[in-house]
Design a protein around this ligand. Structure first.
Ligand code: FAD
Length: 306
């Protein structure tokens, strides 16, 4: 068995594995895609001390750093179940194998929530985008929509308004749910229109996006807007569905952790975007990966089994 088994191989998992291995304990990392979300990221300019890098390069650096330690890397493997049995934590894989460990660190990250309407999947990277920090410059001087009027949607609209020609915000409910300081900032922008009660029904296009269809939920009328890009900002979904009922989570599925990264189950720790951390960024997830590994080590030395 392992002393520490890390599930998830993004920045949080890689950091946790390195910190655990440096304690000289048996460490494994199990992931379905080593690198995580950064594999989908282009330029990264806020990874502190590195002025500019890109996702592939950073994933390569993480790999190299983990490889420098005595860590058993199990890539392209998915965990489907976790259970605590007596002194061990058992993690079941998709292929039926079961791994045992004295402590586990969950670092399974998150994914953007999809709208699930026709055209969304078809036009991904052809006008349908999820990350304004990454893709806003592609729409310079063009018309775009932001779907979602929560904090991330309104932040995206404010961000985009400085680059694109015009932003239309489509909010499903009758109110924007973002913080009032953001709404005040939005009000001062001349090139943003907000449409409430708007249910997006389709993203239209030929080779790439050329518009959006929505239904006015009050009048029931269908509308079409011509535009070049759609930023979907309806939330990040933590990859925690596989945990079942075992571990305490928020209502949006984020794993609740304390300041040492401990979850509600003794011996199971968590880090990064799958947790209830306030912000989801690379440096933050690496910091919490280190915290969880140190927390797990602390647990191990206090709960040694023969
Ligand atoms: P993730 O990176 O999501 O890694 C989780 C890993 O766990 C993945 O490898 C996943 O495959 C694996 N996994 C999931 N479920 C299972 C399972 N059941 N079994 C086994 N493995 C599993 N942050 C910045 O700081 N700067 C940026 O410029 C930036 N740009 C971004 C651009 C884009 C397009 C995206 C999507 C994100 C960006 N982020 C950026 C956010 C940053 O990538 C994340 O905060 C960070 O990757 C979180 O790390 P993590 O290790 O917690 O999770």
């Amino acid at each position: 068995p392992f002393d520490v088994l890390v599930v998830g191989g993004g920045p949080a998992g890689a950091s946790a594995a390195i910190y655990a291995a440096r304690k000289g304990i048996r460490t494994g990392i199990l992931t379905d895609r080593f690198g995580g979300q950064i594999l989908d990221t282009n330029i990264i300019e806020n990874f502190i001390s590195v002025k500019e890098t890109d996702g592939l390069r950073l994933a390569g650096n993480l790999n190299e750093h983990v490889d420098g330690y005595n860590v058993e890397v199990m890539n392209q493997q998915r965990a489907t179940k976790i259970e605590k049995k007596n002194d061990y934590i058992e993690v079941e894989l998709e292929n039926g194998a079961v791994l045992k460990s004295r402590a586990a660190i969950l670092a399974t990250g998150a994914r953007w929530r999809n709208l699930g309407v026709p055209g969304e999947a078809e036009f991904k990277t052809k006008g349908v985008a999820y990350c304004p920090h990454c893709d806003a410059p592609l729409f310079e001087g063009k018309d775009v929509a932001v779907i979602g009027g929560g904090n991330s949607g309104i932040e995206a609209a404010i961000d985009l308004a400085g680059v694109v020609k015009h932003v239309t915000v489509l909010e499903f409910s009758s109110e924007l749910k973002a913080d009032s300081v953001l709404l005040d900032a939005l009000d001062n922008l001349p090139n943003v229109t907000v449409i409430k009660n708007a249910q997006t029904t389709e993203i239209t296009g030929d080779e790439k996006v050329n518009g959006i269809n929505y239904k006015d939920r009050e009048s029931g009328k269908d509308h079409h807007i011509e535009l070049d890009g759609v930023f979907v900002q309806i939330g990040l979904v933590p990859n925690t569905e596989w945990l079942g009922e075992t571990i305490e989570r928020t209502k949006t599925g984020e794993i609740i952790v304390d300041k040492k990264g401990a979850t509600s189950v003794p011996g199971i720790y968590a880090a990064g975007d799958c947790t209830d951390s306030a912000y989801k960024q690379i440096v933050i997830s690496m910091g919490s990966g280190a915290t969880a590994a140190l927390g797990a080590f602390d647990y191990l030395i206090r709960n040694s089994v023969s």
